[in-house]
Design a protein around this ligand. Structure first.
Ligand code: ACO
Length: 351
């Protein structure tokens, strides 16, 4: 028994935000952003009308239709995001409600894992399909970064990189030996957890990083540690990133985890028909491409149009590549991601 991708879809919001548009809010330039990241524009969701779960639902409907099933056929939902609608409950149940999946066998799981969320979700789905527990798993990666970014110059190194969007796949069992997920590799190392993170609000109450900076009340006071006034006043509720550490680590981990997947399956880099890397930064993807000696036509890059959409980037890129006819039956497709945690992973899929 193997797991196959039976349907795929993606959705990006209509609103296009160019690099030039961002110069209204922060000291940046089109040239700086393109040179360092390759990004030309990104999409932002419509405030009051769209959320992470509704973006996910739009992508999911396309994937469900593409698989030739109905929403009520879905027996398990896996939702990967770092920008959920609510602190809790997670987006899985909101998507379930949005799609009207109400039968009593249905279940929804939310996963974090940031940029690696889709690969982690794929691996979880693969185990559930192979064990026979579920037959139609809907895996969604969706993000609405625009709601939580810092649009001042202070936040520019992070804000220019990220965009909103969603991608989804339907996973089903197959007995065809020549099709489906061949392997998944998952890794993490929490040593640098805070180097690419949004740590507030949260329960840490200064445990990892000291208390003073965040303005925590006397520890004997009940509550009051999730959000403090100082966090709001000092603009401490936005994502932060040590860009150079992320870059240096990513360019090592991406090729290593792809080679690991190839070794697991006895395949070579030359067997890869299409590499769909997490769209972290065009410079990172180009580095990985060179390390693996892959020609341009074997690597998908769409970060120029959408920015980095974290958990959504792989399913959006995979879906676009499929809709553009870049993936044929029998092709070996390699997916790989690296991101906050740090977490990273890869998957090899025979289409
Ligand atoms: N516009 C203009 N100037 C900027 C911007 C911006 N958006 N952001 C930072 N700068 C400035 C800095 O303030 C700094 O100025 P200074 O020299 O006067 O202090 C200068 O540019 C250089 O800053 P660095 O942070 O050293 O810039 P660097 O060359 O490292 O580029 C970047 C930053 C693009 C983030 C780079 O480190 C990088 O590509 N890192 C990888 C991180 C990444 O891709 N993350 C994606 C998300 S995580 C993931 O998906 C894996």
């Amino acid at each position: 028994m193997r797991t196959k991708i039976a349907g795929i879809g993606h959705y990006v919001p209509e609103k296009v935000v160019t690099n030039e548009d961002l110069t209204q809010y922060m000291d940046t330039s089109n040239e700086w952003i393109i040179e360092r990241t390759g990004i030309e524009e990104r999409r932002y969701a419509a405030k009051h009308k769209e959320t992470t779960s509704t973006l996910g639902a739009k992508a999911a409907r396309i994937a469900i239709k593409n698989a030739g099933i109905e929403p009520e056929d879905v027996d398990f939902i896996i939702f990967a995001t770092l920008s959920p609608d609510y602190y809790f409950p997670g987006c899985g149940v909101l998507l379930q409600r949005e799609l009207g999946i109400t039968h009593r066998e249905a279940a929804a799981l939310d996963i974090r894992n940031q940029c690696s969320g889709f690969i982690y979700g794929l691996s979880i789905a693969d185990q559930f399909i192979k064990s026979g527990m579920y037959k139609n798993i809907l895996l969604v990666g969706a993000e609405m970064h625009s709601m939580g970014l810092d649009f001042s110059t202070e936040g520019r190194n992070v804000t220019v990189i990220f965009g909103d969007g969603a991608g989804a796949v339907i996973l089903q069992p197959t007995e065809d030996d020549n099709q489906g997920i061949l392997t998944t590799c998952l890794h993490s190392d929490g040593t640098h957890a805070e180097e690419l993170a949004m740590i507030n609000p949260g329960s840490h109450s200064g445990y990892h990083l000291g208390t003073e900076k965040y303005g925590y009340p006397d520890p004997s006071t009940p509550g009051g540690t999730f959000v403090t006034q100082k966090m709001i006043d000092d603009n401490l509720m936005a994502p932060n990133m040590s860009g150079q550490l992320v870059f240096k680590t990513a360019v090592v981990k991406f090729p290593a985890v792809i080679k690991e997947a190839l070794e697991n399956t006895g395949l070579e880099t030359t067997d890869i028909d299409l590499l769909v890397p997490h769209q972290a930064n065009l410079r990172i993807s180009q580095f990985v491409q060179r390390a693996l000696k892959l020609p341009d036509e074997k690597v998908v890059n769409n970060i120029q149009k959408y920015g980095n959409t974290t958990a959504a980037s792989i399913p959006i890129a995979l879906s676009e590549a499929w809709h553009d006819g870049r993936i044929q039956t029998g092709d070996l497709v390699c997916l790989a991601a690296f991101g906050s945690g740090f977490t990273w992973g890869s998957a090899l899929v025979r289409w």
